[in-house]
Design a protein around this ligand. Sequence first.
Ligand code: SF4
Length: 483
Amino acid sequence: MATIYRPPAEHPHLDATDPGLLGAVVRGEARLSPQQALELLRSMPLTGLGRWADARARAIHGDTLRSYVIDRNINYTNVCNAKCTFCAFRRDADDHDAYTLEASEIHDKIAELVAIGGTQILMQGGMNPDLPLDWYLELLASIKEKFPGVHVHAFSPPEFIEFVHFFNPPGEDLEAKIRWVMVRLKEAGLDSLPGGGGEIFSHPVRRKIGLGKCDAEAWLTTMYVAHTLGLFTSATMMFGHIEGLADRVHHMKLVRDWQDRVLREGGATVEDAIGPSAAHAQAFGHYKAFISWPFQRENTPLGRVKDWGAKPEDTGPFPGDVVANLEGTGDPKAHPEFGRRVRMSGASMYLRTQAVSRLMLDNIYSIGASWVTMGPHIGQVALMYGANDMGSVMMEENVVSSAGTTYCLDEAVLCRLIRGAGFVPAQRNNGYDLIRVHDGPDSPDLKVTDWSEHRTRRLHIQNTKPEAEHAAKLTIGGAEKSV
Ligand code: SF4
């Protein structure tokens, strides 16, 4: 009989590197305390951390298969009334390169996706005050009418909070207002929510970098509403800027706590929490995945902030670490340079952070590698540092690419990377059900005889409609497509 979900116990008196503790975490019998997670993030040698995270990933996902999805990012508008300091994508409505896609343009993009075996769209935009609720309802309905088999993963929590401001729905509090809007979007065709806009939850950091964006409470409440409506969501974290290491752990802790809550209230079993149980999850939702990535600085206001250590007077601990605490309540005045210096993350810190997320987030099924920002080979290595999923082939991406880093991979390359890491690639759907296991000679990568046609490309897409003359080209299934 399935065991009802109950979080594993913490053992805060144990040293974070105690093999007994970490072995129990791997088996799902113990839970890291935030302090222990912080100690691992700060000081455990990278390879050791990777071994424990890999062991935990294998305990949940086995030794054989690692997944990917074929979806398409569609950024339906770049008009946004927020001014996040890390964003190079947003435009004001009267900027010459502001755009909002027509429904027919979105349909064309989905048709291209379906032609290469894609199963899902990830649709996010700026927060555009000129679009009424009916625009979204009609768009979703038209997508479902034309492409009933395509999963619509759309509208991150900051967009929902702005929907509440734009549409002024009835409801006695924010949760009720979000619910009113979300019910209607779900009825029109919304299938799940992406975890965009998570950034870093702690108030001092969020107030500095997410100008005009919702706070952590609103973000988490939006996801909670989605879960109670039976929707899957993902959670994200963008690190490697002004935050301290404790802020990252605090962020993970909040995701874990809210996941505990929804699993408990939903009457989930342990299998529901960390097993691919899409069928049951139609009755209740939860976070299915966590993906973290380092801040990409190009073309962003935050990216122009000097690195810590760039000035002779930059001595002592990083300002973000002085301010941060595990409760997310740090005093921004604790260091005069807080918010005025960044600490960028490279590959090593990316892998450390991801590995800790795998060990800390014991109630989340999937940890996604971020090859889009880190490059295909670090993405591949990430499969040995706790990640079980390589995310999506990249047909189109306009947000982090605007900030300077987008690698572009097709399905054959993605499968080759997974196989090269020692696993069998498997295509999944949004619910993490595996729909094709590539263990035979007809696998996308094993059919390739000339890899020159499948080179990894780096994109830097202009902030104009993708059809514009600057649009980059990507080879997908042997044919060049505008992205
Ligand atoms: S990150 Fe999103 S919400 Fe923030 S300014 Fe850019 S488009 Fe707007």
